[in-house]
Design a protein around this ligand. Structure first.
Ligand code: ZN
Length: 376
C-alpha cells in the first residue's frame, strides 16, 4: 500500500469536520435516552449506507447500543467507542462548535464523537478503494460509557472475548500518544454507625461515629502505594447533625486507582478487613473496584508496535503512554483481548469547557487507523 493516506484524508478533512458537526449538534448527555437515540439512528444510517450490517441493541434506560459489522471471516477485530457525553443539553449554546487556531472546539469533539467519525471515514476509504480485510470488523458504539458502561459492560466483554484484537477510539494522550495501559479503579463507601447521646449530659454512653470513621480514614489513606501505582483518596466525608449530639452516623467516599489485578485484590482484601475500633460501633462497606486495570500485555505491545510502524509509513512518529483514566478498553483487556487505546483524536479538555481537537493531526491519525484495520 504505497498510497499516502495522510494526503488523502487531508483532502477529506472538510467533510470530516462537517460530519462531526452533525454529531456535535445532536447533544447526547448519557441520561437522555431520547437525545442519545437520535444520534444513534443517524450513525446507524451512515454505516448502513456503507453496506454494514447494523444491529440496534435496545436498552430501557440508556441509549440503544449499536453493533455494526463489516466484512466476512471467522475472526474479528473489535473497534470500540462511545457517543454519549457528560455535557448537558444546551452546552452547545454556551460552547458552540468553532474553529480557532487550528483547533475545533465543542462538546464531545474530543471525548469522543470524532473517534467514531474517524472510523467511518477509514471504513469508507477501505470500501471505495477495495482494500482487502483479513478479518471481519465489528464496531461497537456505546451509549453509556460516561457513567461506567452500566448497560454495555457485559456486551463489550462478550464481544471482546470473540475478537482477536480491540482498537479503542478514545482520545489520545495530551501529546498524541496511544494508550497502552490504563489504571483500573472504583469507589468504596464506608459508613460508621455509633450511638447518639447528649454531648454534655451523656458523653460516656455515646459512641461517636465520626471518631470511628476517623480511624479508618487514616488507615485507608495509608493503603496508597505510589511505587505499585495504587492510590486511595478519601474524597468526601459526612456525619453528625449538630455539635451537642454525639453523632451516630458518619460516611466517607473513597476513590481507588490500581495498575494491576494483584493490587486490586490487595486493596479489596484490606478494605474488607476494616473492623470497628470503638466498642459498640459498626461499619458497613459498599462499592468496590468496578473497572479492572488495562495492563500492558504482550498483545497490546504487539498492537502498539504495529501502529507505530503504520505511522512511520505515513511519515510521523507515534508514542505510547500509560494513563490513569479508564475506558471501555479496560473491559476488553480484562476479557483477555489484546487492546490498543487512544487511537482517536489529539486534543485536550475532556469534560471541560475548552474541549477541542487538533485539526492538523486528524489526517495522519485516520491514515494510521485505516492501515491498522487492513494490516490486522
Ligand atoms: Zn470517552
Amino acid at each position: 500500500m504505497s498510497t499516502n493516506w495522510t494526503s488523502y484524508f487531508r483532502e477529506q478533512l472538510p467533510d470530516m469536520v462537517e460530519e462531526l458537526r452533525t454529531y456535535v449538534e445532536m447533544e447526547t448527555p448519557t441520561h437522555n435516552k431520547e437525545a442519545v437515540d437520535r444520534l444513534g439512528l443517524y450513525i446507524a444510517e451512515r454505516f448502513r449506507e456503507l453496506g454494514c450490517r447494523v444491529e440496534r441493541l435496545p436498552q430501557q434506560t440508556y441509549g440503544d447500543q449499536l453493533r455494526i459489522e463489516y466484512g466476512e471471516g471467522e475472526e474479528q477485530v473489535l473497534i470500540l467507542g462511545h457517543f454519549d457525553t457528560v455535557k448537558e443539553i444546551g452546552t452547545l449554546q454556551k460552547e458552540p462548535l468553532r474553529e480557532e487556531n487550528g483547533r475545533l472546539y465543542g462538546p464531545g469533539t474530543y471525548d469522543m464523537k470524532s473517534g467514531i467519525v474517524f472510523a467511518y471515514f477509514a471504513l469508507r476509504a477501505i470500501i471505495s478503494h477495495g482494500l482487502p480485510l483479513s478479518k471481519k470488523l465489528v464496531f461497537f458504539w456505546n451509549t453509556d460509557e460516561e457513567i461506567g458502561s452500566v448497560s454495555s459492560e457485559q456486551l463489550i466483554r462478550a464481544e471482546a472475548k470473540r475478537s482477536k484484537y480491540t482498537l479503542v477510539l478514545e482520545p489520545a494522550a495530551g501529546d498524541g500518544s496511544l494508550k497502552t495501559s490504563r489504571k483500573g479503579g472504583g469507589e468504596f463507601f464506608l459508613t460508621a454507625t455509633g450511638r447518639a447521646a447528649h454531648a454534655g449530659n451523656d458523653h460516656a454512653i455515646g459512641v461517636n461515629a465520626i471518631e470511628e470513621l476517623a480511624h479508618h480514614v487514616l488507615a485507608i489513606q495509608s493503603f496508597t502505594d505510589y511505587a505499585a501505582g495504587t492510590t486511595l483518596s478519601v474524597g468526601t466525608i459526612k456525619g453528625g447533625s449538630v455539635s451537642n449530639v454525639v453523632p451516630d452516623w458518619a460516611t466517607a467516599e473513597i476513590d481507588v486507582r490500581i495498575e494491576s489485578r494483584a493490587e486490586a485484590e490487595r486493596i479489596t482484601r484490606l478494605m474488607n478487613q476494616l473492623a470497628p475500633v470503638l466498642p459498640g460501633a459498626e461499619l458497613k462497606l459498599e462499592g468496590g473496584i468496578a473497572k479492572p486495570p488495562m495492563e500492558r500485555s504482550a498483545g497490546t505491545e504487539k498492537l502498539f508496535l504495529l501502529a507505530q510502524e503504520q505511522a512511520r509509513l505515513e511519515g510521523f512518529e507515534l508514542t505510547e503512554q500509560g494513563v490513569g483514566g479508564t475506558s471501555d478498553g479496560n473491559f476488553a483487556a480484562d476479557a483477555g483481548c489484546p487492546t490498543l487505546d487512544g487511537l482517536g483524536p489529539a486534543g485536550d479538555g475532556a469534560h471541560a469547557s475548552h474541549e477541542h481537537i487538533v485539526l492538523d493531526a486528524i489526517p495522519g491519525r485516520v491514515a494510521v487507523l485505516l492501515r491498522l484495520l487492513t494490516a490486522l
